[in-house]
Design a protein around this ligand. Structure first.
Ligand SMILES: Cc1cc2nc3c(=O)[nH]c(=O)nc-3n(C[C@H](O)[C@H](O)[C@H](O)COP(=O)(O)OP(=O)(O)OC[C@H]3O[C@@H](n4cnc5c(N)ncnc54)[C@H](O)[C@@H]3O)c2cc1C
Length: 335
């Protein structure tokens, strides 16, 4: 039996951390099943990437060249199909990147197999492969297995330690012809400063509706709030999150923080990010919001109200203080 780990390279020909994490999981699955591990790399030039994982003791296959530099359903699917067939993969494990999330369900159809996506872990039970997946906004974790093969599995980031083991790699290159009407004209990436949702950041900075509320002088100071939050994000490259009340204000015609969208919302009906630390500001810390913090390990909050939700055992440190003043001082200290 062969477990195939599939990955695509990034613009700089490297492998993303999430791909290295999935390699750890795929290798453990292959070891647990007593199966062969194969690696398939897709990208413009995969030599460097192959060298960074050469120590994984797998046979390496590659489909490379300009046609495979960028994500495109037809070329990614053709490459993945060629690799899966070359190694007769029974199980295909890949990171749930946007590129693979688009192409790999098609791989399962083309190979007559099955696909399960956005998984959170893999294991072996009674000699069978088992996948884990969160359901109902990460309240329940399900485990599933299937008898159909090939079984294509995509894993979300943060579910394993990144693989470490560079080494010389002997790569078998496969020739794949791409017949596609879709031409990639280029990639336009958001700049780091425009993109304020940063899943890999060490700190999650949450802005609550208090930033837009009347302050002690009886007036609102949304412009000051915006510049204070942006200065902090610029200096620390933290990830920005928000409460529901704040992102909903635009719909209610209130003064809004211009760079916040519903994508920033953390909580029961928002995201559940996984940063090591979180700092909540001007946010009340109500339960529907705080459930989104379940994976944030060290939590601090700044709120004027000593009786706010954060004070009810939901954070490690609560600063009962004016967030405008505290963050102004923090920004000064950050220079
Ligand atoms: C079914 C359901 C699902 C929900 N899902 C979500 C969800 O996914 N995410 C979510 O966030 N909410 C969710 N909510 C809403 C949630 O219950 C709260 O209403 C919301 O989180 C409140 O947002 P807030 O704390 O920013 O605003 P507010 O409740 O208005 O609190 C503002 C806070 O700012 C403080 N403040 C004001 N000025 C300052 C200052 N200068 N310095 C420091 N502190 C200051 C105030 O003391 C206050 O505590 C949901 C609710 C329901 C019913």
């Amino acid at each position: 039996m062969t477990v195939l780990f599939l990955a695509h390279t990034e613009c700089d020909n490297s492998l993303h951390k999430s791909a290295l994490e999935v390699l750890t999981a795929a290798k453990a699955l292959a070891d647990g099943l007593g199966a062969e591990l194969a690696v398939g790399l897709i990208g413009a030039d995969v030599a460097e990437a192959a060298g960074t994982i050469g120590g994984c003791n797998a046979k390496l296959y590659a489909v490379s060249g300009a046609d495979f530099a960028d994500g495109r359903y037809a070329s990614d699917l053709a490459a993945a199909e060629a690799i899966a067939k070359a190694c007769s993969a029974e199980i295909v494990v890949a990171p749930a990147t946007s590129r693979f999330s688009r192409a790999l369900p098609g791989l399962a159809v083309r190979l007559g197999g099955r696909v399960d996506t956005h998984l959170s872990g893999l294991s072996v039970e009674d000699g069978k492969p088992v996948a884990k997946r969160w359901f109902y906004r990460q309240r329940m974790e399900g485990t599933l297995t299937r008898d159909e093969r090939p079984w294509v599995l995509t894993l979300d980031s943060g579910c394993a330690e990144p693989f470490e083991g560079a080494g010389a790699a002997d790569v078998e290159t496969l020739d794949v012809a791409v017949a596609s009407r879709t031409r990639v004209a280029g990639m336009e990436c958001a700049s780091e400063d425009q993109q304020t949702i940063r899943p890999d950041a060490a700190l999650l900075f949450v802005a609550g509706a208090g930033w837009t509320k009347k302050q002690a002088d009886g007036a609102t100071h949304v412009d000051v709030a915006e510049s204070t939050i942006l200065s902090f994000l610029d200096a620390t490259k933290s990830s920005l999150g928000s409460s529901k009340s704040l992102v909903d204000i635009s719909g209610e015609g209130g003064a809004v923080i211009s760079f916040l969208t519903h994508m920033h919302q953390v909580g029961q009906t928002g995201a559940t990010p996984r940063h090591p630390k979180g700092l909540s500001t001007c946010c009340h810390g109500e339960e529907p919001h705080v459930v989104g913090w379940r994976f944030i390990k060290e939590r601090r909050a700044i709120n004027l109200d000593a009786g706010c939700g954060w004070a009810q055992g939901k954070c490690d440190v609560l600063y009962v203080a004016d967030a405008f003043a505290v963050m102004k001082k923090v920004n000064e200290l950050l220079g």
